[in-house]
Design a protein around this ligand. Structure first.
Ligand code: FE2
Length: 226
């Protein structure tokens, strides 16, 4: 794992989506009481498990959108005491998982001191819930923007170059087509952009260390109308 801030870590694992090696990133937030929040868990192996256990007690697992659920079951098995919160709709899609709650407009009391959240309406393909880690001014998002660049696999780089969003924080044509309720999504995104974030952690592509707010706004100018 890679430490980004005093209570913030990320780790990456290989993951293929629609034939492309896009990779996946998990974010780990340590709460003021020492407990851990695991956001968008990736493949679990013994080495990662040891690293996590050395950081603190796994209190929460978050599946932040309808597509990021593949490894959650393994983590629940490894940490049965952890509470699982999922994006709206995932509780039905993965009825086999023991879901503690569905992520709503209000952050859970257990993490509200440092993490805020906004479920984005109008994008039913993924139902993304976006998070803001206040102490490190970090936005944690999945699948509404990517930052694919030099560190990604050749075919993935080619694809993102072809769709014109290479090496910058931006959605692709896929998200543009899949947003069903544009006013609803825009209203949610406007609220996200009110958070004073610098860093943006994406699931696929590189972490954007600074200037993330401006770049995300630019990536969505076609929707925001500015
Ligand atoms: Fe994803």
């Amino acid at each position: 794992m890679r430490q980004l801030d005093s209570d913030l870590w990320v780790t990456e694992a290989p993951l293929r989506f629609l034939g492309l090696e896009v990779g996946a990133r998990m974010t780990v937030v340590r709460l003021p009481n020492g407990d851990l929040v695991l956001h968008s868990p990736v493949t679990l192996d013994g080495a990662l498990r040891s690293e996590i256990e050395a950081l603190g007690r796994v209190a929460y697992l978050i599946a932040p959108n309808k597509l990021h659920h593949l490894f959650v079951g393994d983590w629940q098995e490894a940490f049965p005491e952890a509470a699982l919160f999922v994006a709206p709709g995932l509780e039905e899609k993965r009825a086999d998982l023991a879901v503690t709650g569905v992520l709503g407009d209000q952050p859970e009391t257990g993490w509200a001191e440092v993490l805020d959240q906004i479920p984005l309406p109008g994008f039913p393909f993924a139902n993304v819930v976006v998070f803001f880690h206040r102490p490190s001014r970090t936005l944690i998002l999945t699948d509404i923007a990517f930052n694919v660049g030099a560190e990604n696999a050749p075919m993935t780089r080619l694809f993102f170059k072809l769709v014109g969003v290479y090496d910058r924080l931006s959605p692709t044509i896929v998200e543009k087509l899949a947003i069903r309720d544009r006013p609803g999504f825009r209203a949610g995104l406007e609220r996200v952009l009110e958070w004073p974030f610098e860093r943006v952690i994406v699931s696929h592509g590189a972490v954007k260390e600074s200037g993330g707010r401006q770049e995300l706004e630019r990536g969505y100018c076609w929707l925001l109308g500015r």
